[in-house]
Design a protein around this ligand. Structure first.
Ligand code: DON
Length: 319
């Protein structure tokens, strides 16, 4: 709050200024040591809590980076935003709303109770149950094709081929009992388009794709740019789908903290338990942040502070 709020002009400031502010945000929050590294997926506990990378990609294809922006980490829940975009693009706005839903649960990302309280609805594509249901809706004739569409689709958002982190995939596959239970529960309500094993396996793979903070910034900037990747120029999803995705991120991207996030920071965002955050300023660009220390909702502490700083200093707030 001690940072001057730049009023939103519809455009980013000059590039030199953006670069300076990204570097300054990195320096300012690098020593914050609140929060803890996730350990419910065993291999994530090996992350160095000191890692901190911050990147901003603009829709004109410029990237400003500070700190550990080249370190690979698993995309985790941030994949949910981009898989939602791919599936929404494939099956349409009305169908995704009807089958999965677009309302916040007000509960933790892996809640079972949220499903029970809502008549078996997975509620939205940003919580685990809804993400598993969304992955299951990707039109494909078999599991290999479904996985290829998701991996290649996320790679087109990043503008480079994304690789599976096999260690994360195996670690999570051995311990994802809760996700298996969520999928079975959805199946019992007839809310899963494919078998629960396949749905959870592909979901686990998508969460295990390795990205960098630079990748997250470019992926987010693609949604900021109406679905056009600002580096490759490829139209990855339609402008309508980008808008739908950003609306859903604003409502649900930070789980039960989404309202607080929107109130303080004012732009759509998505977090992952490996410590990534993507925060998207429509028509301007996106911030990719990476730092493994998380708050109790599973959101990176330094990432949130850096996004708050940049939102104020660059005038990103939508409201
Ligand atoms: O399914 C899970 O629990 C993980 N693959 C992803 C969870 C996650 O990233 C929650 N985010 N902050």
């Amino acid at each position: 709050k001690d940072i001057a709020q730049r009023s939103s002009t519809g455009a980013l400031p000059q590039h030199d200024r953006v670069g300076d502010l990204v570097a300054h945000a990195h320096e300012r929050y690098a020593s914050v040591d609140d929060g803890t590294v996730a350990d419910y997926i065993p291999v994530l506990a090996e992350a160095d809590p000191a890692w901190f990378g911050l990147s901003l990609a603009s829709i004109d294809g410029r990237c400003h980076s500070a700190g550990d922006t080249g370190i690979g980490f698993s995309i985790q829940s941030i994949s949910k935003a981009f898989v939602f975009a791919l599936v929404c693009d494939a099956i349409g706005h009305d169908e995704i709303r009807r089958v999965v839903g677009v309302d916040n649960t007000g509960m933790a990302f892996n809640s079972v109770v949220a499903i029970e309280l809502n008549g078996g609805s997975p509620m939205n594509s940003m919580v685990n149950a809804g993400a598993i249901a969304t992955t299951a809706l990707m039109p494909a004739t078999n599991a290999d094709e479904r996985w290829a569409l998701i991996r290649d689709g996320l790679s087109r958002f990043a503008g480079r081929p994304l690789m599976l982190d096999g260690e994360v995939y195996r670690s999570e596959s051995f311990t994802n009992h809760r996700n298996q239970a969520l999928a079975r529960l959805l199946q019992s309500y007839d809310r899963l388009a494919i078998g629960p094993r396949e749905a959870v396996d592909i979901y686990t793979r998508q969460c295990s794709l390795s990205v960098t903070a630079d990748d997250l910034a470019v992926m987010g900037a693609t949604l900021a740019d109406g679905g056009v990747n600002p580096i490759t120029g490829e139209q990855v999803v339609s402008a309508e789908t980008s808008r739908d995705t950003l609306a859903l991120l604003a409502a649900c991207g930070m789980y039960e903290r989404s309202g607080e996030w929107l109130f303080e920071i004012g732009i759509p965002a998505k977090s992952g338990v490996a410590g990534g955050i993507v925060a998207i300023a429509p028509g301007k660009g996106a911030v990719g942040a990476f730092s493994p220390r998380l708050d109790s909702a599973g959101n990176s502490v330094r990432g949130q502070r850096a996004c708050a700083y940049l939102s104020r200093a660059l005038g990103l707030n939508l409201f």
